[in-house]
Design a protein around this ligand. Structure first.
Ligand SMILES: [Zn+2]
Length: 231
């Protein structure tokens, strides 16, 4: 049964409903019984649901705090614009510094959808960069290509490597400078030979990425600021 506030009035001759702030108010004359009101509401159920749904969408859109904000891609600021359109998609014209995220107004949870579109964009950019650099460094290091490369959101690791030669990279790296991403790539590729952090492992990292201390410091100092959060 629908939850509603009932307001009785002596002067009123008919029953009326109002849907505001996603709440239902029923105005009724004194002579109409509660059973009659409930029956009448039941006949209006579809209309009420449609109104509630519409207001939920408007509320979600309003809750979205900013019309534009900026994120970092490879340490460069990119303005993000949010828009309602017929199709849900991200667009970045000619590598411009503006990213347009469009979602359909029929999408119920708008903020989550913007967040997931933004992640799709960063995922695609980071993935193509990493694939290119893994190829470069595998040649340099005389290493066979990894069996698989995945990108995921991690809280406290930048990458990983396992015995099946699968590499994983943290999606948050998309906001780091490319020289830092290169370090993480060399680090994980060096694990293909040494699955530990022994002196030999670090020697191999240093052979192909001499500034590894600088890059690792950069991650320690800036790592937390790489997270993009919608608040
Ligand atoms: Zn490691």
């Amino acid at each position: 049964m629908l939850d509603y506030t009932l307001k009785r009035s002596k002067r009123r001759k008919t029953v009326a409903i109002k849907v505001a702030q996603r709440e239902l108010t029923v105005y009724a004359p004194h002579f109409v019984t509660k059973t009659q009101i409930n029956e009448w509401l039941l006949s209006k159920q579809d209309w009420i649901d449609a109104q509630l749904h519409k207001q939920q969408i408007q509320a979600d859109t309003r809750q979205f705090p900013l019309k534009t904000q900026s994120i970092k891609l490879f340490n460069e600021a990119v303005n993000v614009q949010f828009d309602n359109a017929a199709r849900t998609q991200w667009q970045q014209h000619n590598e411009s510094q503006t990213l347009l995220l469009s979602i359909s107004s029929r999408v119920k949870h708008q903020t989550q959808m913007y967040q997931s579109l933004l992640e799709q964009f960063l995922h695609e950019k980071l993935e193509s960069y990493i694939e290119m650099r893994v190829n470069d460094y595998c040649q340099l290091m005389g290493e066979k290509l990894p069996s698989n490369i995945r990108i995921q959101l991690y809280k406290r690791r930048w990458g990983s490597c396992n015995r099946r030669r699968e590499l994983t990279f943290n999606l948050h790296l998309a906001s780091a400078p490319t020289w830092v991403i290169d370090y993480v790539i060399v680090h994980e590729l060096a694990h293909l030979k040494y699955l530990n952090h022994s002196a030999q492992f670090w020697q191999r990292v240093g052979l192909f990425y001499s500034d590894y201390k600088q890059a690792s410091n950069w991650l320690n100092n800036h790592g937390m600021s790489l997270q993009w959060v919608f608040e």
